[in-house]
Design a protein around this ligand. Structure first.
Ligand code: GDP
Length: 498
């Protein structure tokens, strides 16, 4: 199939060392040939071998010199798009690159849509959709984890996994179909158990992928963390200590943190997106009220709640409200201001919790050796305690944001809570794309239906249908069974020239 020839500026539009104008399509070489000359003023681009780069000049319609350039030629099918591709490396000024782009267009190329080069790579079968998306993720990567996962995805870690699962499902579909077609030679005797085993295995793999999606999101975007607590307990101070700089305004007057502040904080390999909220308490101040309502809402959506208590002040009704709010959420309670005389301790928190829940709760002292991961500071005897119960699994740490005591323990605990102390560059295939997560989720739903049909002794063609839809859902990830609309939507999010 003949394709038109597209062009775009592939580098950032700013003053820079070089700029690259990319041209791809059947006419790429002959189009650039019209505006390129070698040092002998010859137009010889067509004669160059594939994968070679040449010094020369770009000239305009009148033959006037525009820039000195290096031009690389990559002939089909061994190029990014699988089409003939020429890249013009010119000087990096905005005007120069734009001028060369417009010359290429006058010579017959049309401007590429965002992501169109990668779209061609996908449509021409060189890469699958998950790899194309990995290219975009690489460009947008904001931290080392995001970069590493997208490189792995580009190399095919996710595609390989999905392809294996699809093959396994397809084998079962084919087996059932053949048995139904040819019952004399292929028996479904004992098949029920085999398929049950198989579907359990597939469900396990799908669940692992779904779990990785949560870890993946938190590693890529950060753990959505909210700091709650009454006014004046040290929330802003905590934020400052974690951020390592004066960000929130710290004052002695209760309720000064009126709205929410957001701060992205790197703790080694992981990122916390910390939201500092207005103090949670009953108040008539309307501005504070907005802050408080917002705080509640944010807490509901957070991955982690840091609940700060001032140990020098007794717990009151507001603390009860907060404790109700943190039920069932990943929470660390900071017994802050532990440099002052302590009125509140772990036991007092347990007592308040016990008074508002009918569940049995107990306080567990984490032994140094037993504590998760390696989060204890070897030099000190800092440990943390944990409140265990059906609704609550809450860690308690003594801190002093003033003396920066307990802060290292807090950061290690967060790492351990979320990533089980593992370093993140393991071989796990992570899902970091919401589209992929939805597809895996749909596949899981279909596989659960397969299970149900097997349990209910339904006829074979029932579960064959669900196997088929699991197969189709997973296909969406690598770009099989996707419609034009979706393809267009995905690539429209790409940047120009990619
Ligand atoms: P917020 O209203 O919860 O954000 O509390 P702030 O961070 O503004 O702190 C209120 C007051 O408590 C300030 O005067 C802080 O210096 C003080 N403070 C914060 N953390 C500690 C601590 O660990 N120990 C002591 N003694 N004072 C603290």
């Amino acid at each position: 199939m003949k394709s038109d020839t597209i062009t775009a500026i592939a580098t950032a539009m700013s003053d820079s060392g070089i700029g690259i104008v990319r041209v791809s399509g059947d006419e790429a070489i002959s189009i650039v040939d019209k505006i390129y000359q070698n040092v002998h003023h010859e137009k010889v681009l067509k004669q160059y071998k594939s994968h070679t780069i040449h010094y020369g000049f770009i000239v305009d319609e009148e033959g006037a010199l525009v820039d000195e350039v290096m031009v690389s030629v990559m002939k089909a099918p061994r190029s990014y798009t699988t089409e003939d591709t020429v890249e013009i490396n010119c000087h990096g000024g905005v005007l120069i690159v734009q001028k060369i782009l417009s010359l290429v267009m006058k010579a017959g190329a049309r401007i590429a849509e965002p992501g169109e080069f990668t779209k061609r790579a996908f449509l021409n079968g060189r890469i699958d959709l998950s790899k194309a998306e990995a290219v975009m993720d690489m460009i947008h990567a904001k931290n080392e984890f995001a970069l590493q996962t997208s490189i792995k995805q580009l190399k095919g870690s996710l595609s390989d996994k999905i392809k294996i699962l699809r093959e396994e499902i397809l084998y079962e579909i084919a087996y059932i179909e053949s048995a139904l077609d040819d019952p004399e030679h292929i028996s479904l005797e004992g098949y029920y158990e085999r398929l049950l085993d198989k579907s359990e295995h597939i469900l396990k793999e799908l669940n692992r992928l779904l779990d990785s999606a949560d870890d993946g999101r938190m590693l890529k975007e950060g753990i959505h963390t909210v700091i709650v607590g009454k006014p004046n307990v040290g929330k802003s101070s905590l934020l400052n200590v974690l951020a390592g700089k004066e960000r929130a305004i710290v004052t002695d007057v209760a309720g000064t943190t009126r709205d929410t502040l957001e701060e992205t904080i790197s703790l080694g390999n992981i990122t916390l997106n910390i939201i500092d909220t207005a103090g949670i308490r009953n108040t008539e101040d309307i501005v504070e009220k907005i802050g408080v309502e917002k705080a509640r809402k944010i807490s509901e959506e957070a991955d982690l709640i840091l609940y700060v208590i001032d140990v020098s002040e007794p717990l009151d009704e507001s603390d009860q409200d907060i404790i109700k709010m943190i039920a069932g959420k990943n929470t660390i309670i900071l017994l802050n201001k532990s440099d002052l005389k302590e009125i509140v301790n772990e036991q007092s928190v347990l007592d308040v919790m016990s008074s508002i829940t009918s569940n049995h709760l107990s306080l567990v002292q984490e032994e140094k050796e037993q504590s998760i991961g390696m989060c204890l500071d070897e030099k000190s005897d800092l440990t943390y305690q944990r409140i265990e119960g059906i609704e609550y699994s809450i860690y308690l740490i003594k801190t002093s944001t003033k003396e920066e005591y307990g802060i290292d323990l807090l950061t290690s605990l967060i790492k351990d809570m979320f990533f089980h102390g593992q370093l993140i560059y393991n071989d796990e295939v992570y899902i970091t794309n919401i589209r992929h997560k939805e597809a895996v989720y749909d596949a899981k739903k279909s596989m659960l239906e397969v299970h149900k049909s097997l349990d209910m002794n339904m006829p074979e063609d029932f579960y064959a249908i669900d196997l088929m839809s699991a197969y189709a859902s997973l296909g969406l990830i690598i770009g099989e069974e996707v419609g034009d609309d979706l393809v267009n939507e995905i690539f429209s999010k790409f940047c120009m020239g990619k």
